[in-house]
Each structure stands twice: as C-alpha cells, then as structure tokens.
Design a protein around this ligand. Structure first.
Ligand SMILES: *[C@@H]1O[C@H](CO)[C@@H](O)[C@H](O)[C@H]1NC(C)=O
Ligand SMILES: *[C@@H]1O[C@H](CO)[C@@H](O)[C@H](O)[C@H]1NC(C)=O
Ligand SMILES: *[C@@H]1O[C@H](CO)[C@@H](O)[C@H](O)[C@H]1NC(C)=O
Ligand SMILES: *[C@@H]1O[C@H](CO)[C@@H](O)[C@H](O)[C@H]1NC(C)=O
Ligand SMILES: *[C@@H]1O[C@H](CO)[C@@H](O)[C@H](O)[C@H]1NC(C)=O
Length: 633
C-alpha cells in the first residue's frame, strides 16, 4: 500500500512538467479569417493582406492577436523563450519618401488608446513615451530620422523598450551568407521583407533579423541585445503590430506571421502570401527639358555600352566549372548563356513559382525548342557544394515515368541552376487545395496520381542501384504533365540543408504536417519517414484538403488524427467531401483512406513498405487489419 503513492509520483511529476511547458504556435500565410483585433485605420482586405495604414496622412492602425499569450511559466514564473517571423511591405505614395514606419509590439493591452501617429508609431504619446510602467517591447522599422528620439537614420531597425528611444538600432541590412557582409535594404522599397524576432530567455538574448522575402534566413542577426525581459513582461501579453503615417502618404502592410513559444517559429510560405495591391504607374513628365535629358543620357549609355560590351558579356555569362566536374558531369552541363536566353534573362514573366530552395523559371531551349523548368538556387560556394552537386546530378541518371527528369545543371558564383523537364499542369497542391474550384480532379484521376507517386517511391526505395530517400514528399512536389500524369520532383534537394551553408540551421528536413513523429525525435530520415509523408499526401488527395487546417488557430485540425477518429467511429466515409464525380467508387475510396492511415501510422513498425503499398493499391494484397490498441491515440 505504501508503495502506491511512490509509484504515482514520477507520473505526477511528468504531468506537471507537461502542463508547464507552453508550446503555443501558429502560422498565418495571409490573414483570411484570422482572429486579429483591429483598430484605427487597420483592415484586412479580401486577399488576406493586413493593411495597417492606407496611404492617408497622419493615421495609425493596430492589429493584435485576439488572445493574450502566456509568456511566463505557470509553474515557476520563469520567462519563456519565443520566436516569431513576419512578412511586411512599406509602400510610400512617393517612392523616395516614406513615413513613419511600423512596429511589432508586445503589450499588456490590445487597445492602445491615446497614442499618437507619426513619430510615435501609434505606440505611445508625448506624455507616456519612455515610462517604465508601459511594459511594452517593440521592434520598430522606422523610415524617418527623428533626432529628438535619437534616431540614427531614416531607414533603421530598432529595439524599443517602453519608449521610442531605441535601446539598440542599426541601418536596415542583412547578413548575406555568401559574401560574409551586411547588405543594405531600403525599407520603403515596397519589396516584401521578412523580420525574425527571437528571444532566448536562458541566454537573455533578443535577436532581430531582417531580409528580403526571397533569400534564406541570414545566419547572423542584425541586432543581438542581451537583456532580461522578465521585468518588462507580464505573465500574459498581447502581441501584434502598430503603424502610423505622417505628412507623407504611406501604406504599411503585413503579409504573413508565424510564432512559436519555446521553439523556432515555422517558416512562412512565400507562395501563399497575399499579393500587394498593384502599384499605380506615375504619369510621365513629357516636358522638353525632360526629353532632352533622356536623349542625352541615352546617347551616353549607348557610347559606354559599345566600349564595354565585350567585357560585360564575359562577366555576365561567367560560370564556375571545377576540374572534378569536367570528367564526370560534362554531359549534364548547361551554359549559363543558354539558360539566360531560354528564360529571357530570368524574366519575372517566366517565373513559375518561388519555393523553399529558390525561384523556378519557365524556359525554352533555343535550338531544340524543348520546354524546361529552371530552378535557381543561391548557395555558399564553400564546402559541401561538390558533394551536393554530385548527389543531385547523379539523380539525373534516375529515370522513371513518375519522376520529374533532371536534364542538367549549371553553376555560377553563389548560384546553382537545375534544369528539369517542364510540367504543363503545375503542382498537385494547386488542384487539391484549390479554393476557386477551377481545377478539379475526378476520382479516377486522383487514384491514378496516387498510384503514380507510389510507383515513383517504390523505384527510389527499392528498384534503383541504391536506396534513395526523397525526404520531402508533399503535394507541392508532385507535378502533373499534360495528361495529368503524376511525377515526383525535388528529390534530394533537402540535402542542401545537410551539407548546409549554415551549420547552425539544424533544421528537420521535410514540411510541417508531413513529418513522421520519429523524425521529430531522432532527426533521422528513412524510407519509413517517406512512407509516412506519402500516407498524409494520400489522405489529402482523397479529402481534397490540407493535412493541417488552420482556419482558426485554436481550432486547428490535424487531418490524420481526425480521420483516425472517424475510422473508429465508423464514419470514415463521410470524410470524402471532394467534388462528387460520377465515377466515385466507395470501396476504392475506403481502401485508399485506410491505406493512408496505415502509412501515416505513428509507429514506423506498423507502416507498410512501398512494395506492399503498391500491392494493396493493385488489389494483390489484402489490407492488413490494425487493431485499435496499436493505433493508440
Ligand atoms: C483609408 O482609411 C480611411 C479610414 O478608414 C478612409 O477614410 C480612407 O478613405 C482610406 N483611404 C484610402 C486611400 O483607401
Ligand atoms: C497618454 O496616454 C496615457 C495612457 O493611455 C493617458 O493617460 C494620457 O492622458 C495620454 N497623454 C496625452 C498627452 O494624450
Ligand atoms: C549602407 O547604409 C549605411 C547607413 O545608411 C551607409 O553608411 C553605408 O555606406 C551603406 N553601404 C552601402 C554599401 O551602400
Ligand atoms: C542570437 O544571435 C547570436 C549570434 O549573434 C547567436 O549566438 C544566438 O544563439 C542567437 N540567439 C537567438 C535566441 O536566436
Ligand atoms: C531575469 O530576472 C528575473 C527577475 O527579475 C530572475 O528571476 C531571472 O533569473 C533572470 N533571468 C536570468 C536568466 O538571469
């Protein structure tokens, strides 16, 4: 009897620890239906763009996450670590003058009242600015130099505690991983940019990093401040944005936002961020002086160009070709000039998309007229590049009707280009998550896509000379050709992170929602982790929705868990909610749903291998029964 409480003790302790660890997390790629509390001129437009100020003078706008978050542990009152990332854009009416800026803010209240616009950024007023009772932490993106507030220039990032006189500030710039230096940014360029605000409560380090939207996160922050925020923060704080305009009409936008307590904020997906309102083209001044000036300038430019043409061409098309490539990979080499011509100078009009690894352009080879897709990846041409190129390029030898064929590659200083066959129907995610309902797949098409992807994975796992693990199976990596045949793309690219330009980004390869539980724990990829991701993909294809639904953060639904519950309640067939085609076969749908759940089973021991998956799909192997006990939720 006496030993009973003792037995319970570790369990209780565990329970306590568990309840004390706060892991609040969200990702908003755009703010459609997100619960933000808005005031002032702030509004969310129909595309999900958060507009804090809208090109009206002397305005302010606030947007706060609707509930406060617990920044201190309920168990011991210690401050949590946190990390957040947001995408913003500042668009002034006159391209050379903006004002005043925007700030990410943590505050005890979500109704900032009696605050002033202009240099007060909607955060404080003239009497409470700098008051320690404010308990406000802000990261300002300030576009006006105000000497009265100690501003360093008209384009800076600053950390503000309780007031607008920044405790740390630096001109807006980002560490460029390749060149080992900071590169200047113009906050009022109108270009979307990312800001990371990260706090480690043990080290008492508050880091702020800014970069253009399209580059990978810089390995060094812009600002790194040692400060114990414990006395600034209350147990729970509101988190959001504040912005103001002054005498210059300027719009301040926030495009997306992610946050995680006690961990790394998830990355935003540049592809799904809302578009910015299209710019108004300023009327051209057609005065005589203007014309003369332009003609003169043009003449000068022509003269200079003529002289330097040859030199420039040499530099423009310069490539890197190392000895080791000459022997092994010569046949896969494309010249940069060829790719440049094919994509019309990597023109924005040819841009097919922006992915985690870089931009993808459509192109047409001059001589053969073959259509291609060129993936442009920036990299550190340091160690690991050779290994990476040889690995990626050796996948050019893989050939299977359900794999996107790599046609070749090209290397320049700081850039790698991968050339693939062009897939006219784009990626599968555009079809299955399509909210506009324009792109539809009927059941037979869905089943054939599933079988295609399964067959590609079987080839990679078992049928080639060596085992190839894809590492990033997901809907956006499945491409469809003219006849909607599925082809798996991007294999091996996630290795780029392993050979990594930046050893500090020990990031788990894969994409949220597709990561097997054991991968989260051990970080080790295997064929089983591919099978897991395939299982999730399969469920998404059948149900026509994302694996993680974040309609509203507090109600986020995990598709796998939800389906597993409905399987036990025997209501699984109700989850088939895709557009009803005339060709629906309930037995097939149920089989595929069950198979998806088996593949995405939390235990890798229970998951089938890809050969068994193929056999089950073809009806050559019965569906194994998994007891409820082992699917233990
Ligand atoms: C900006 O917002 C204000 C207040 O909501 C509104 O009166 C004004 O018309 C808006 N201006 C523009 C250019 O949208
Ligand atoms: C500044 O804000 C505080 C807090 O809301 C308020 O009490 C005070 O009256 C305001 N001061 C001015 C000058 O508006
Ligand atoms: C970057 O901006 C800083 C501050 O505005 C300036 O001093 C520096 O010269 C700029 N560097 C370049 C390369 O333009
Ligand atoms: C902040 O940046 C420094 C490098 O300057 C790094 O050592 C530290 O781990 C970073 N801390 C956080 C919380 O990101
Ligand atoms: C920060 O300050 C609080 C009290 O103000 C203290 O309890 C805590 O230990 C401090 N944190 C660190 C890392 O020193």
């Amino acid at each position: 009897m006496e030993s009973l409480p003792l037995l319970f003790f570790p369990f209780l302790l565990l329970l306590l620890l568990f309840s004390a660890s706060n892991s609040e997390e969200f990702v908003f790629n755009g703010f459609n239906n997100r619960d933000l509390q808005l005031d002032g001129v702030a509004e969310i437009n129909s595309n999900g763009l958060l507009i804090l100020t809208n090109a009206t003078k002397y305005q302010q706008g606030h947007a706060f996450y609707k509930t406060p978050l617990h920044f201190k542990s309920t168990a011991n009152g210690n401050l949590n670590s946190f990390s957040t990332c947001f995408a913003f854009s500042i668009v002034p009416a006159n391209p050379s003058f903006g004002g005043h800026g925007l700030a990410f803010v943590l505050s005890p209240t979500s109704s900032l009242q009696n605050t002033f616009p202009a240099e007060f950024l909607g955060l404080f007023n003239s009497s409470n600015n700098g008051n320690p009772k404010n308990h406000v932490l802000a990261v300002e993106l300030d576009t006006i130099k105000n000497p009265g507030l100690g501003d360093i220039d008209n384009n800076h990032v600053g950390i503000d505690i309780n007031g607008l006189r920044s405790v740390a500030a630096a001109p807006a710039s980002y560490y460029e991983n390749g060149i080992h230096g900071y590169k200047n940014l113009s906050l009022i360029s109108g270009e979307p940019m990312l800001v990371w605000v990260e706090y480690n409560s043990q080290e008492m380090k508050l880091n702020v990093t800014i970069s253009p939207l399209t580059v990978t996160k810089p390995s060094l922050p812009l600002l790194s401040l040692t400060t114990n925020l414990s006395s600034i923060f209350f147990d729970s704080m509101y988190m959001g944005y504040s912005s103001s305009s002054g005498s210059m009409r300027t719009s301040h936008y926030v495009l997306g936002w992610s946050f995680k307590m006690n961990g790394q904020a998830p990355a935003l997906n540049p592809d799904s961020l809302p578009n910015l309102p299209s710019k108004q083209i300023p009327k051209k001044n057609s005065g005589l002086v203007h014309k003369l000036l332009i003609t003169g300038l043009a003449f000068l430019i022509v003269a200079i160009s003529a002289i330097t043409y040859v030199t420039v061409m040499k530099i423009k098309y310069a490539e890197i070709l190392d000895d080791w490539e000459l022997y092994q990979y010569q046949h896969l080499r494309f010249s940069y000039r060829e790719l440049y011509m094919a994509t019309r100078g990597f023109s924005e009009e040819e841009l097919l998309g922006i992915g985690g690894f870089g931009r993808v352009y459509k192109g047409k080879l001059r001589i053969s007229k073959t259509e291609i897709a060129v993936k442009r990846i920036s990299h550190d041409s340091r160690q690991g590049m050779r290994e990476f190129v040889s690995e990626i390029v050796s996948t050019g030898q893989l050939s299977h009707r359900n794999l996107v064929q790599l046609l070749g590659y090209c290397r320049r200083k700081g850039e790698l280009f991968l050339v693939y066959e062009f897939m006219s129907n784009g990626s599968l995610d555009k079809f299955i998550y399509d909210e506009t309902g324009k792109k539809k797949l009927n059941w037979n098409q869905r089943l054939s896509i599933i079988k295609g992807v399964a067959s590609a994975l079987l080839y990679l796992h078992e049928e080639w000379e060596q085992v190839v693990i894809h590492r990033d199976v997901k809907a956006s990596n499945v491409l469809l050709d003219e006849e909607l045949n599925a082809k798996l793309g991007d294999f091996g690219l996630s290795r780029l992170y392993d050979h990594g330009s930046d050893p500090k980004t020990t990031r788990i390869v894969g994409t949220m929602g597709y990561i097997a539980p054991e991968l989260n724990k051990t970080g080790k990829v295997s064929t089983c982790t591919d099978v897991y991701a395939f299982g999730v993909l399969l469920l998404e294809v059948v149900c026509g929705r994302r694996s993680i639904l974040q309609e509203d953060y507090s109600n986020s639904i995990n598709l796998v868990d939800w389906l597993r519950k409905s399987l036990r309640r025997r209501t699984i067939m109700e989850s088939w909610n895709a557009e009803a085609g005339s060709d629906i076969k309930p037995e097939e749908i149920e089989l595929v749903l069950r198979l998806g759940l088996l593949c995405s089973h939390h235990s890798d021991k229970v998951r089938p291998n890809m050969r068994q998956v193929m056999q089950i799909l073809e009806g050559d192997l019965p569906m194994p029964e998994v007891s409820d006990a082992s699917s233990n939720l």
